[in-house]
Design a protein around this ligand. Structure first.
Ligand code: NAD
Length: 497
């Protein structure tokens, strides 16, 4: 990269020089204090990053507010061209993204590359959507006027993202918001600020005008969101993270009637019926459970097995889990990286202990790995006690919990017995059965004979405690647009000539 400005508080990560400051009104800037970014595969500090304050948040919103009107006025073609330039710049920097994402989130480099590809794909998707935002036209009910329905950008938007998919979450939200004509203040997760900085640098280099994109990193998220959500100039908050924080932000958003989209936690049931292709189900369950060391909102949280295939599935699944290679994401052939922090690793150990105390049998794994960094063994448990509260707790860990049921009906009832409603999965060779179950699953997304679903073309999101609104697909951009109705008087009796 040769376009990083001189005053950008540079850090060097795996040979890539990148900006680590706050990005406000088109320029990188520092802060009175810094915080450390840690590589979870070693526990070593990889960068010191300026720690944004409430005052920085206010300045970012000043800039976003000032830029809003002009940005909303860009023609669709000009905005789409800018997106295409940004997309090309992102692709040019693939290696830097893959290295930085792996260094700060710990995920295997192959997974960083997959996340990068998907994120860039979202940017392309939104570029294509910009020129396809059509309204409607109708005659007024009793004549005399016309009904023109169009859209307008919601306005300056706060985008809060988690660490587990640091680029995907930023690109999916910022792509939709910017495509819709909104200016943004992005707040990355404290664990993964560098990926956000690389992303914003690419947007800067592509030519996004000052104030349109702003970026904050902070150890005091509450101060930043309190400041912004109590400021009437902010018109939108889009959040991805835990349900508890999402509920808190919704309460704050209510104060100024701020438009809100929420992508929250999950408790994904992964149902394998008696007629399923067991080998396919095992393959997909391994990915769905152990990708990103299980730290995914759409991970298989409860693997629900019909009793007729339970033994075969369990044997094959345990064998595959045992064969997974744990290690740093930079090591060749690694399948499972570290947990994000020592606290989270300890939480996983505690979780296994609580399951065991509630009657679960540990079939493989169950312990932290004895090496520097925050590793935990891929773990499989068999859980028969469905009265335990643990059955509906989001695990967010490389911990697979297997349950056995006697019928599809029982599987469905257990699957729906949760406050969450994000992603569910069903495996069967019978298409009618698949539809019948999928349509009764109270979830926003259902994978049928698939364990991975994210795609720019698809609307991603959940129901119940898993959130409000959708990202990507045809719906995502409308989260940042509101309908606008123009009533146009027309004298239907006027002489034509
Ligand atoms: P988290 O809620 O702790 O943090 C998410 C983001 O919110 C981070 O940027 C964090 O700094 C910020 N935050 C925390 N407290 C805040 C506050 N008071 N005000 C404003 N911002 C605040 O979640 P996490 O542990 O980083 O991520 C894991 C959770 O995210 C899981 O529950 C997971 O299921 C969920 N998640 C959901 C999706 C989805 O698309 N539905 C995707 C990824 C993760």
């Amino acid at each position: 990269m040769n376009t990083v400005p001189q005053d950008h508080h540079p850090v060097s990560v795996y040979g890539h020089e990148l900006p680590a400051g706050l990005y406000i009104d088109g320029a990188w800037t520092g802060a009175p204090t810094t915080f450390q970014v840690v590589d979870p595969s070693s526990g070593d500090t990889i960068a010191d990053v300026p720690d944004g304050t409430a005052e920085d948040a206010r300045r970012a919103l000043d800039a976003a507010t000032l830029a809003q009107r002009a940005w909303a006025g860009w023609s669709p073609r000009a905005r789409a061209d800018l997106f295409l330039r940004a997309h090309r710049l992102l692709l040019d920097r693939t290696d830097a993204f893959a290295d930085v994402m792996t260094a700060e989130s710990g995920k295997p480099r192959s997974e960083s590359l997959a996340e990068f590809g998907l994120s860039a794909g979202f940017f392309l998707w939104y570029a294509e959507q910009i020129n396809h935002l059509h309204g409607t036209f109708a005659s007024g009910s009793n004549g005399g006027y016309r009904v023109v329905m169009t859209h307008q950008p919601v306005g300056p938007s706060l985008l809060i993202t988690p660490w587990n998919f640091p680029l995907l979450m930023s690109a999916r939200k910022a792509g939709a918001a910017l495509a819709a004509g909104c200016t943004v203040v992005m707040k990355t997760a404290q664990q993964t600020p560098l990926t956000g900085a690389l992303f914003v640098q690419a947007l800067h280099d592509a030519g996004f005008p000052a104030g349109v994109v702003n970026l904050l990193h902070t150890t005091n998220s509450a101060a930043v969101s309190d400041t912004l959500l109590t400021d009437p100039r902010l018109r939108k908050v889009s959040f991805t993270g835990s349900t508890g924080v999402g509920a808190h932000l919704l309460r704050q958003a209510a104060g100024n009637i701020v438009n809100a989209s929420m992508e929250l936690g999950g408790d994904g049931p992964f149902i394998v019926l008696d007629d399923a292709d067991v080998d396919l189900a095992v393959d997909q369950a391994i990915i769905c459970k152990f990708r990103n060391a299980g730290q995914a909102c759409v991970a298989a949280n409860r693997i629900i097995l019909h009793q007729d295939i339970a033994e075969e599935f369990t044997g094959k699944f345990v064998e595959r889990a045992q064969a997974l290679t744990v290690g740093s994401g930079f090591e060749a052939g690694v399948d499972v990286g570290p947990i994000i922090s020592s606290q989270q690793r300890d939480r996983v150990a505690d979780l296994v202990g609580r399951f065991a105390a509630d009657g679960a049998e540990v079939l493989v794994g169950g312990s932290p790995v004895d090496r520097p960094g925050y590793f935990f063994e891929p773990t499989v448990i068999k859980m028969d006690n469905r009265d335990s509260d643990l059955c509906t707790e989001e695990l967010f860990a490389p911990l697979a919990a297997l349950y056995t049921v006697k019928s599809g009906a029982e599987a469905l009832e257990f699957a729906n017995d949760t406050d969450y409603g994000l992603a569910a999965y069903v495996f069967t060779r019978d298409l009618s059965r698949a539809f019948s179950i999928a349509e009764r699953l109270e979830f926003g997304m259902v994978g049928i004979n698939r364990g991975i679903m994210a795609d720019p073309v698809a609307s991603f999101g959940g129901t119940k405690a898993s959130g409000l609104g959708r990202e990507g697909g045809h719906d995502g951009i409308y989260e940042f647009l509101e309908p606008k109705y123009l009533a146009v008087t027309v004298d239907d009796e006027a002489a034509v000539l």
